[in-house]
Design a protein around this ligand. Structure first.
Ligand SMILES: Cc1cc2nc3c(=O)[nH]c(=O)nc-3n(C[C@H](O)[C@H](O)[C@H](O)COP(=O)(O)OP(=O)(O)OC[C@H]3O[C@@H](n4cnc5c(N)ncnc54)[C@H](O)[C@@H]3O)c2cc1C
Length: 450
């Protein structure tokens, strides 16, 4: 078989957007997924996506029956369930809850219309490798059991959390063995409520060790009387099961009493900074396979779509200049990581702060407003938490008695800024990666708030 330009493994949101961009730019692109065609898009998810990602990528916003609800604000509850933070005007969160299947089918159709060849029911196995260069993939057709090898100039791993290509590779640019503490294990249900929602446009988030140790619970509206509700906790031993925690939450939260379960399933999502390099020789990673997820709320649809647009463009450049090495693909790193990747990385520190404070401290912080809604919005933009001197003094007064908590907030703020500065100097070629990574890891190790 003739060598293809690009093979994209996985037709989730990241894979469809990447494949479409490659085809739009004239690349001969094959997209493979193990699902049947009519199930592409189905995914255990909170279903929430911000408008900002569509504005940034030019992808058409969800419309018609792709939309379940318009989301215009979030209420964040501390463990006491009192003094919640009402976050409004959060442009990086506000948007929609979507019907994942309908939305996913549209992204697939757009890719196919752009010229992508899609084959469903394909289980992709290991990559083929020559020396240290990825040269293609092996796959098995799920219906015929036939095994095939495909040669491709660039292989793109968009297989989600499974990262089926990345996990078969090694070398100085490749990261595997993602720490369990950086993975959120989740369980979510789509519920039909007994009573209509009072504020059907407001998402609710619940923090606290009882509800969701080192994670959070959520209730996202899906219409007037339906919600997507779940619990996500970061892994590691002894944290309990997300499903059991959700059952307990459901039996304690009156809105969910006597609700009917439409669907209930578990899933996993990485909640760490993105991979240190999104490329290797002849290979690139996108979406969950590249750890492109917001570490505080686990939102990865937008982060992967943003990356897919860049990756399509970089793939074309690399093929045009006939440099399929990591070096030839490196501009995917330099365009994504110092920009959107920097935001995601600094939020890993914010996540560690939230995980490192006790329930009592969280309650106190919410009661005294040591963190305001604006801080959350600013933190989400990746610039740290910018607290002016006057404001700092006011907060110090409000925080009297919990100086240690104030110091933790201040430390997180300064580490977020420091990490942002390191990301701004992402190396221009693979040679500088090792020392850059050392700087990143020393900041991440410092982000200990226990
Ligand atoms: C419970 C939960 C709640 C979430 N809530 C939100 C939210 O509200 N908002 C948000 O933005 N994000 C949320 N996320 C994260 C979001 O779902 C992911 O970040 C996003 O879907 C990742 O897209 P992707 O295309 O990278 O991967 P996926 O959507 O996982 O797609 C990967 C594709 O690869 C295919 N595949 C895998 N292995 C193979 C193989 N061997 N051969 C062939 N095909 C293969 C799969 O079938 C799949 O279609 C949540 C995640 C979870 C688990």
């Amino acid at each position: 078989m003739k060598r293809l330009d690009v093979v994209v493994v996985g037709a989730g949101t990241a894979g469809c957007v990447t494949a479409r961009r490659c085809a739009e730019l004239g690349l001969q692109t094959l997209l493979l997924d193990r699902k049947p065609q009519n199930e592409v898009g189905q995914k255990v998810c909170g279903d929430e996506i911000s408008k900002s990602h569509f504005e940034a990528t030019g992808i058409n916003s969800p419309y018609d029956n792709e939309i379940s609800s318009v989301i215009d604000g979030a209420d964040v509850y501390p463990p006491s369930m009192k003094n919640e933070l009402k976050v409004r005007g959060w442009s990086d969160f506000d948007g929609w809850t979507i019907d994942r299947l309908t939305f996913g089918q549209r992204l697939l159709n757009e890719a196919v219309k752009a010229g992508v060849k899609f084959i469903p029911n394909i289980h992709v196995g290991p990559p083929t490798i020559a020396g240290d260069q990825v040269t293609g993939i092996h796959y098995r057709d799920a219906s015929t059991r036939e095994e095939t090898t495909i040669k491709s100039k660039i292989v793109i791993d968009a297989s989600g959390f499974a990262a089926v290509i990345r996990n078969q590779l090694d070398g100085p640019l490749i990261e595997n063995n993602i720490d369990k503490a950086d993975v959120a294990l989740c369980y979510r249900e789509i519920l039909s409520l007994k009573v209509p929602l009072a504020e059907p446009e407001v998402a609710r988030v619940f923090l606290g060790g009882q509800t969701a140790p080192r994670g959070y619970a959520w209730i996202f509206p899906k219409g007037i009387q339906e919600v997507n509700a779940g619990v996500g906790i970061t892994g590691g031993s002894g944290r309990g099961s997300p499903k059991a925690l959700f059952e307990s939450f459901k039996s304690n939260y009156p809105l969910l009493f006597k609700s009917t379960v439409i669907d209930g399933k578990g899933g996993a999502v990485p909640v760490r900074r993105p991979l240190k390099s999104l490329v290797g020789n002849g290979v690139a990673f996108v979406g969950d396979a590249a750890l492109q997820v917001n570490p505080i709320h686990g939102g990865g649809i937008g982060a992967g779509m943003r990356a897919g647009i860049i990756l399509g463009e970089v793939a074309r450049e690399a093929i045009a200049k006939r440099d399929l090495s990591a070096n030839g693909l490196w501009s995917y790193n330099t365009r994504y990581l110092p920009d959107f990747g920097k935001r995601l990385a600094s939020l890993e520190i914010f996540r560690k702060l939230l995980q490192g404070v006790t329930d009592e401290d969280l309650d106190f912080g919410f009661e005294r407003r040591l963190l305001e809604a604006d801080d959350l919005i600013a933190a989400n933009k990746g610039g740290g938490i910018s607290i002016g001197i006057v404001d700092k003094m006011k907060r110090a007064k409000r925080g009297a008695g919990r100086i240690s908590l104030l110091l933790k907030i201040q430390k997180a703020s300064s580490l977020m800024k420091k990490l942002g500065r390191v990301y701004a100097t992402y190396p221009s070629n693979p040679t500088g990666l090792e020392s850059w990574e050392k700087n990143v890891l020393s900041i991440i190790e410092d982000a200990n708030f226990q």
